[in-house]
Write a protein that binds this ligand. Structure first.
Ligand SMILES: Cc1cc2nc3c(=O)[nH]c(=O)nc-3n(C[C@H](O)[C@H](O)[C@H](O)COP(=O)(O)OP(=O)(O)OC[C@H]3O[C@@H](n4cnc5c(N)ncnc54)[C@H](O)[C@@H]3O)c2cc1C
Length: 338
């Protein structure tokens, strides 16, 4: 797997413990940041560099480079037991998510929305023993198993790598190709190929990828719109607790945030002719709902729209200190015009 801990902060990583702990950055205690001038700064949530500490998240290396970080750990066990709770409606799904969210009775929670009438919530717990284990590193496809199985046991390391061939956009696609090459094709090799052939791959064959964060109370409205306007399934669903009012979001955006829980609804691998139309209309709907997306794929915001969501004042305050000559480039330029 290619994700580094610095990249996880800079690029907004979350996972199935996010319903309790927020994003990876929410569990960090200290960053060492190298500025464009080569200064090495220690940033914590309460020292003189506290704004820099908070702003490192999601700014894609445009404020400085994290060279060291301290983060919280929890005690793990050797196996994870996952129970697949099946629901036929969004209403039932939301109730189940809310019950787990309030009672914090499970270690991990994410899910797959296979269709508008097939919702799977994957409720995971660390366990000491397992009657059997499955891994998803060869011919098996994890997201499909969530629809077929009632429960599953994975070694803890396999649980963390369960989506390593793609979450819902799995490669290789065919069983025969997975049988022959599946052992060798994973996120590392796919990304390496994409990087190598980047210049010759036509942008029209790159599938649409969007990672949204929808306020829990706005899910019905979002899904109703989504079914009508986009209608691509499956979707990955990761409940995410807003740990505090984030400094990287604008005051205007934050003034509309009333939910403590958001759902990260991620759409991968959608092939449509008019990609720009879909990116644009999703951005527009998110703005209407007080929802947001991570900036990991194509972003078509105008500069004005962008800074209505992200916090320009805080960004510039840190930028002046760490990169006054703009050596690392600006966040808007890096994420919206490349
Ligand atoms: C196969 C795969 C699976 C994924 N699964 C998940 C998932 O389950 N959950 C999730 O939330 N996200 C997921 N992502 C998205 C991922 O979290 C982000 O893309 C993350 O930023 C990748 O980190 P990286 O180390 O690969 O960074 P890179 O892709 O190398 O860089 C990402 C950005 O961060 C900047 N950056 C990198 N390192 C640093 C640093 N040390 N200091 C400052 N800036 C830096 C880079 O300049 C760049 O702009 C996945 C991505 C991939 C490719």
């Amino acid at each position: 797997m290619t994700i580094t801990i610095g990249g996880a902060v800079a690029g907004c990583s979350i996972e199935s413990m996010s319903y309790k702990f927020g994003g990876f950055h929410d569990n960090c205690l200290e960053y060492e940041v190298v500025t464009a001038k080569g200064d090495v700064l220690k940033c914590t949530p309460d020292n003189e560099n506290q704004l820099m500490f908070h702003m490192m998240h999601g700014t894609f290396g445009t404020l400085g480079i994290i060279t060291l970080l301290k983060f919280r750990l929890i005690t793990a066990k050797p196996f994870v037991k996952v129970t697949y709770e099946k629901y036929k409606s969004l209403e039932e799904y939301k109730i189940a998510i809310w019950v787990h969210y309030r009672s914090k009775d499970i270690d991990f929670m994410d899910g797959i929305i296979h269709s508008p009438v097939e919702y799977v919530l994957s409720a995971g717990n660390f366990v000491d023993k397992a009657p059997y284990t499955h891994s998803y590193d060869w011919t098996r496809i994890y997201f499909l198993s969530t629809a077929k199985r009632g429960e599953d046991y994975l070694k803890t390391s396999d649980y963390f790598f369960r989506y390593n061939k793609g979450v819902t956009n799995v490669h290789p696609k065919s069983f025969i190709c997975r049988l022959l090459f599946g052992r060798f094709i994973n996120s590392n090799s796919t990304l390496k190929m994409a990087k190598t052939f980047r210049k010759v791959i036509p942008s029209t064959i790159i599938p649409i990828t969007v990672d949204t964060f929808i306020p829990f109370s706005k899910m019905e409205e979002f899904m109703e719109w989504y079914e009508k306007e986009v209608n691509h399934f499956p979707l990955w669903c990761v409940p995410y607790r807003i740990v505090h009012k984030y400094e990287w979001l604008s005051d205007e955006f934050l003034s509309k945030v009333n939910d403590e829980l958001f759902l990260d609804i991620a759409l991968y691998g959608m092939r449509r002719k008019d990609a720009e139309h879909y990116y644009k209309s999703i951005e527009k709907k998110l703005a209407e709902l007080g929802a947001i997306k991570t900036l990991i794929s194509t972003n078509l915001y105008s500069e004005k729209e962008f800074w209505k969501i992200w916090n320009k004042k805080n960004y510039n305050l840190v930028k002046q200190k760490t990169d006054p000559d703009n050596i690392f480039g600006g966040l808007y330029e890096k994420t919206c015009s490349t």
